[in-house]
Design a protein around this ligand. Sequence first.
Ligand SMILES: [Fe+2]
Ligand SMILES: [Fe+2]
Length: 192
Amino acid sequence: MTTVIDRIIKDHQHMARLLDYLDYEVTGYREGSEHAPQLNIIIEALDYMHNYPDAFHHPLESRLMARLRPRLGNKEERLQFDMIEEQHKQITAMTQKLVESFNTVASDRVVPINLLLAEYTLYSELQREHMDLENKFMIPAMQSLLTTDDLVLVDNDLKQMSDPLFGSHLWEAYEDLYQYVVERESTLEPVV
Ligand SMILES: [Fe+2]
Ligand SMILES: [Fe+2]
């Protein structure tokens, strides 16, 4: 049981760090910014969000929340779960849209930068709000209500899908992003 909860908590820590870097790089597009944005890093980070959190992390949470829902003690908790599920849909759609928009920037076609910055800000805020909500309501519910049967159900998934950036097997597509993260954190703490 603790395995899956630990994995989710760890994912949140990784995502929070990655969002910090994304925030920094995207602000490079603001007028008067003193640093040039690294577009390849932005695209790799958003692609990672699409391929791991959106494709694995949130669906895993959704499966577990569906099992926990009948065991929740009150309506307030059920409403929080509803909100989290709604945010999963919003986040996935927004990641997809941002990946497309930044790929358009990469292809040198004209993109309204202010609109893109506004969309990204909403995205970043929603991701952080979402993790806060999960850490506050979903994680404690998991800690108190998940059973061994629930663990067995997701155990295989956990073994088969390692994190392609922060996990044991780095995807080739994220090599530049990994180097970037290592460099940014080399004076702070280890990556994994
Ligand atoms: Fe989530
Ligand atoms: Fe999450």
